[in-house]
Design a protein around this ligand. Structure first.
Ligand code: AQP
Length: 343
C-alpha cells in the first residue's frame, strides 16, 4: 500500500440528500475525475443508505439518487473506467457495517462532531443510524479494501475512525486483513463555506438555498447567489496571513482559486486591495463558465432515467463482485459458517 508506484484502489461517496453543490464538485467530484484519469482503480458510490439517517421524502430521494448519478457523469466520471453505483444495491455495505458496529466503541461514536452538529440539542430524537453513520462509512471503504479515500476536510474525523475500526478488527482477530487507509485531503481550499456565513460549511441540506450554489442552478441563479453572498466592509486582503480573520473573503477567494485551478497566492495578488464587488463579478463569470456545461449535461441526463438506472445497475454488479468475497472472508474470520446460498 505504501509503494507509490502501485495502483491505488480509490473509494469515495456522496450522499443524495439534495442536489449536489459547488462544494461537492470542487472538493469531491473534480478530484474523483482527476484520480480516474490518472489511471487509478476508482469505486464511486451514491450513498443512499447514509442519506436516510435523516428524514428523506421517498419520491424526492429517488429523484436525488438519479440527479447525483447525472452529476457524477456530467462532471466527467466515465462508467467505462470507474465503477459508479448506488450503495443500497450492494448489500455487502450494510452487512459489513453490522460487523463494524460490533467492533467500534460507543465512546468513539459519541465523539463525532458531525453527529453532534446534525443531532443538535435534541439528541434523544436523532436516529440510531445517524449515530452509527461512521460504521457504515468504514464499511463502504473497507468492503473494497480501498487504499485511498478522497474527501473534503469535513470528513477527516470519520476517516480516522475508519482507521481505528480497521486497526481494532485486525488486532482483535489477529490478522492483517483490513488496510489502514490513507485520506486524500488536498487542494488550496479543502472546505467550502456557506455563502451566507463564512464560518459554516456549505451544505446541500442547509435550509437557505442562498447559502449554496447547486450544480443544477441556472446562470442567473448563480449570479444572484454570488451577488448576495455575505461580504465584509473592507477591501480584499492581499496576504494569506490576513485570511483567518476574514472568513467570507477567504471563502470567495478560495472558490475562485479552485474553479480556476489557480494558486491562492496568485488570487491574492490579483484581488488584494480591490472591492468585493469586483471579485463577485469575476467569480460569477468563472462559475458560470465552469458550471454551465455541467448543469446542461445534468439536465440532459436526468431526462433519461432508464439509462441512469442501467449505468447504476451495471456499476452495482461490478462493485458486488469486488465486495462480496471480502465480506465472506470477514464472516469467516469472525466465526460465521459458510453460506451455501451465497457460494
Ligand atoms: N462544504 C464542503 N467543503 C468541502 N467538502 C465538502 N463536501 C461536502 N460538503 C463540503 C465533500 O463532498 C463529499 C460528499 O459529501 P456528502 O454529500 O456525502 O456529505 P456531507 O459532507 O454531509 O455533505 P453535505 O452537503 O453537508 O450533505 P448534507 O447536507 O446532507 O449533510 C465528501 O467528500 C465531503 O467531504
Amino acid at each position: 500500500m505504501n509503494n507509490p508506484s502501485a495502483r491505488m484502489r480509490i473509494f469515495s461517496g456522496i450522499q443524495p440528500s439534495g442536489v449536489l453543490t459547488l462544494a461537492n464538485y470542487l472538493c469531491a467530484l473534480k478530484r474523483f475525475v482527476e484520480l480516474q484519469d490518472s489511471g487509478q482503480e476508482c469505486v464511486y458510490c451514491i450513498v443512499d443508505l447514509h442519506a436516510i439517517t435523516v428524514w428523506q421524502d421517498p419520491g424526492a430521494l429517488k429523484d436525488a439518487i438519479r440527479h447525483a448519478a447525472a452529476a457524477f457523469l456530467a462532471a466527467g466520471i466515465d462508467p467505462g473506467k470507474s465503477i459508479l453505483f448506488n450503495q443500497s444495491q450492494v448489500s455487502a455495505h450494510a452487512e459489513l457495517a453490522w460487523v463494524f458496529n460490533c467492533v467500534a466503541r460507543m465512546g468513539w461514536m459519541g465523539r463525532m462532531t458531525q453527529f453532534k452538529e446534525k443531532a443538535g440539542r435534541d439528541r434523544e430524537n436523532a436516529s440510531v443510524g445517524l449515530f452509527t453513520y461512521p460504521s457504515l462509512m468504514a464499511a463502504d471503504i473497507l468492503v473494497y479494501h480501498a487504499t485511498h479515500v478522497p474527501v473534503g476536510d469535513d470528513q477527516k474525523q470519520h476517516l480516522e475512525l475508519t482507521r481505528d475500526i480497521a486497526i481494532k478488527f485486525n488486532h482483535d482477530y489477529r490478522r492483517d486483513f483490513f488496510p489502514v487507509i490513507e485520506p486524500l485531503i488536498e487542494g488550496v481550499t479543502t472546505r467550502i463555506m456557506s455563502l451566507r456565513d463564512g464560518t459554516k460549511k456549505m451544505s446541500k441540506s442547509d435550509p437557505s438555498d442562498y447559502s449554496r450554489i447547486n450544480l443544477s442552478d441556472s446562470a442567473d441563479q448563480v449570479a444572484k447567489k454570488i451577488r448576495r453572498a455575505r461580504s465584509d466592509a473592507f477591501a480584499l486582503p492581499g496576504q494569506a496571513s490576513e485570511l483567518a480573520s476574514r472568513p467570507e473573503a477567504r471563502n470567495l477567494l478560495g472558490i475562485y482559486a479552485l474553479l480556476g485551478n489557480t494558486a491562492m497566492d496568485q488570487v491574492l495578488d490579483r484581488f488584494g486591495g480591490k472591492m468585493f464587488s469586483q471579485l463577485k463579478g469575476e467569480l460569477t463569470e468563472l462559475a458560470v463558465a465552469v458550471l454551465g456545461p455541467i448543469s446542461a449535461e445534468m439536465n440532459r441526463l436526468v431526462g433519461d432515467p432508464a439509462e441512469l438506472d442501467r449505468i447504476l445497475g451495471d456499476g452495482a454488479e461490478r462493485a458486488a463482485s469486488l465486495a462480496d468475497p471480502i465480506l465472506q472472508q470477514t464472516y469467516d474470520i469472525v466465526g460465521m459458517l459458510p453460506s451455501r446460498r451465497r457460494n
